[in-house]
Design a binder for this molecule. Structure first.
Ligand code: HEM
Length: 172
């Protein structure tokens, strides 16, 4: 069996740094998004509600897509070109599955939920926050789950990355 070519140390460290920027950066973004979503769900001010849903529609697509793909692509590259492999150790394999599920949730749940939010938010929010939320349908409540689910999943992946539990996958 041919030996897998491994990344020289300086490149491996650069990849790991980018990997952390992607994963931990996404966690930081989730905290900010959750603060916006919770305020949007509770504010009585129509102007604040419109500002929040407009901001979510603008911030979420570019930032979540960039950080999530950075995390995934650096994770795949590390799996392919470091001693760990992608499906040799449980801690990497579990992170891979988690990462793929999170990316699917981004493209099939989160992005569709924020798409068009700025256009759908009413111009003259004279009915207060409740009227703005009513105009946006399920989106204000739906947007509660992505930041919570991805923050907890990323935190779990972070712990796996540091402790590397469960050893090698049998037969790998
Ligand atoms: C698609 C999913 C992912 C894959 C395939 C993956 C793969 C890998 C691989 C192969 C390494 C070893 C790199 C090396 O030793 O040079 C690694 C390291 C690490 N990963 Fe991931 N990862 C993924 C997602 C994540 C996420 C979401 C986080 C958390 C935010 C994370 C946190 C870490 C940490 C902390 C390390 C450093 C381990 C160390 O050097 O001690 N990973 N990852």
């Amino acid at each position: 069996m041919t030996e897998r070519r491994l990344l020289p140390q300086p490149w491996r460290k650069l990849l790991l740094a980018l990997h952390m920027v992607g994963g931990v950066g996404w966690m930081g973004l989730d905290v900010g998004l959750l603060a916006l979503v919770l305020t949007g769900l509770t504010t009585e001010s129509g102007n604040i509600a419109v500002a929040i849903y407009t901001a979510l529609g603008i911030i979420v697509p570019p930032s979540v897509i960039t950080l999530s793909l950075l995390m995934l692509l650096t994770g795949l590259a590390q799996g392919l070109w470091t001693k760990w492999g992608l499906l040799q150790y449980w801690w990497v394999a579990v992170k891979l599955v988690l990462g793929l599920i999170l990316i699917a949730l981004v493209f099939f749940v989160l992005i569709p939920a924020v798409e068009g939010l700025p256009e759908r938010a009413p111009d003259m929010p004279d009915g207060g926050g409740a009227a703005v939320r009513a105009a946006l349908g399920n989106a204000p409540v739906q947007l509660l789950f992505p930041p919570v689910v991805s923050f907890l999943s990323l935190a779990f992946a972070l712990v796996l990355g540091i402790y590397k539990p469960w050893g090698k996958i049998r037969g790998s």
